[in-house]
Design a protein around this ligand. Structure first.
Ligand code: C2E
Ligand code: CA
Ligand code: CA
Ligand code: CA
Length: 276
C-alpha cells in the first residue's frame, strides 16, 4: 500500500508539473503576442428583442496561435490575468474596440448609434487607472462615451466593493455603461446590485441553455428579468442558440440578446457587413 501511495503521489505531482509547465509555456508565448499580430478582436452582434434590431456588439479577444491555431480566451485569459499580461493586453482591446466602433459610427448610418461592449478583468478593475484609460481611449478615437459599455464579472467586484463601486461610479459619470457579466452564477448577485452601481446584467448562458426544457431555469430567468426591471436596469441574455430561446426571452420581456442563433463573433470587417 505504501508503494502504491508513493506511485500515486508521483503520478499526481507529475501531472501537476505538466500543468504548471503548460501555464509557463503559455505565458511565454502570450508575451509579445499582440506585437507579433497574433491577437485580434472579434465582434458578436447584440440584438434588441422588441424590434429585432442590431444595437451593438461585444468585443471578444482572439489568439491565433502559430501552431495551435485559434485558442479561446476561456483557455488563456486566466494566464493573462495571473501573469499580469492582461495589464498590457486589456488596454489594447479597449483601444481597438473604440476605434472600430467609431469607424462603424462614421461609415454607416444606422438607425441609432451602435454600442461596443468590452470585457474588463478583475485585475484591470483593481488598478486605479481604468477610468483614466477609458477617457484616453474615448478621446483618442472620438467615440462618444455613451457608445462604450464595460462588462465585468461578479468576481471582479467581490472583495473590495467600495473600490469597485467608486471606479464604476466614475465610469458612469463619464457616460460609459457598466454591465455585470455571467449574472446568476455567483452566490451573491443580488447583494451586489444593492451596492455596486450597474446599468445592466447579462444572464449567464447556463440559464439560457436549458430555458426551454427546465422550468427552474425559466423561472429564474423570468425572475432576473423582473427584478432587473424593477431596479431600472437592462437585461441581456447570452448564449441564444435556438429560435425558441429567443422567442421565450422576448415573451418574458428580456431587453437584449446575443448568441450563435443571432450571430457568431467575427472580424471587424465581417461585422461591418451586417450594417449595410
Ligand atoms: P463571456 O464574456 O461570457 O463571453 C461570451 C462567450 O460565449 C464568448 O466566448 C462567445 O464566443 C461565447 N458565445 C457567444 N454566443 C454563444 C452561444 O450561442 N453559445 C455558446 N456556447 N457560446 C457562445 P469566448 O470568445 O471564447 O470568450 C470566453 C471568455 O473569455 C469570455 O466570456 C470572457 O470572460 C473572456 N474574454 C473574452 N475577451 C476578453 C477580453 O478582451 N478581456 C477579458 N478580460 N476577458 C475576455
Ligand atoms: Ca462578456
Ligand atoms: Ca458572459
Ligand atoms: Ca438546469
Amino acid at each position: 500500500a505504501k508503494v502504491a501511495g508513493k506511485n500515486c503521489y508521483r503520478f499526481y505531482s507529475r501531472a501537476m508539473d505538466q500543468a504548471v509547465e503548460r501555464r509557463v509555456r503559455m505565458e511565454q508565448e502570450l508575451r509579445g503576442a499582440w506585437e507579433r499580430g497574433e491577437l485580434s478582436v472579434a465582434y458578436q452582434p447584440v440584438y434588441r428583442l422588441v424590434d429585432n434590431r442590431l444595437v451593438g456588439a461585444e468585443a471578444l479577444l482572439r489568439w491565433h496561435h502559430p501552431e495551435q491555431g485559434m485558442v479561446s480566451p476561456a483557455v488563456f485569459i486566466d494566464v493573462a490575468e495571473q501573469s499580469g499580461l492582461i495589464e498590457s493586453i486589456g488596454p489594447q482591446v479597449l483601444r481597438v474596440a473604440c476605434r472600430d466602433a467609431k469607424r462603424w459610427h462614421d461609415e454607416f448610418t444606422t438607425q441609432e448609434p451602435l454600442f461596443v461592449s468590452v470585457n474588463v478583468s478583475p485585475r484591470q478593475l483593481r488598478s486605479a487607472e481604468l477610468p483614466g484609460l477609458v477617457e484616453a481611449c474615448l478621446k483618442e478615437t472620438g467615440l462618444p462615451a455613451s457608445q462604450l459599455h464595460v462588462e465585468l464579472t461578479e468576481t471582479a467586484v467581490i472583495g473590495d466593493e467600495f473600490h469597485a463601486s467608486t471606479l464604476l461610479s466614475r465610469l458612469r459619470s463619464i457616460g460609459v455603461k457598466v454591465w455585470l457579466d455571467d449574472f446568476g452564477t455567483g452566490f451573491s448577485g443580488l447583494s451586489h446590485l444593492r451596492r455596486v452601481p450597474v446599468d445592466g446584467v447579462k444572464i449567464d448562458r447556463s440559464f439560457i441553455a436549458d430555458v426551454l426544457r427546465d422550468p427552474d431555469d425559466l423561472a429564474l430567468t423570468t425572475a432576473i428579468i423582473a427584478m432587473a426591471h424593477s431596479l431600472g436596469i437592462t437585461v441581456v441574455a447570452e448564449g441564444v442558440e435556438k429560435e425558441g430561446q429567443y422567442a421565450i426571452l422576448r415573451e418574458r420581456g428580456c431587453d437584449l440578446a446575443q448568441g450563435y442563433w443571432l450571430g457568431h463573433p467575427s472580424s471587424a470587417q465581417d461585422f461591418a457587413r451586417l450594417l449595410i
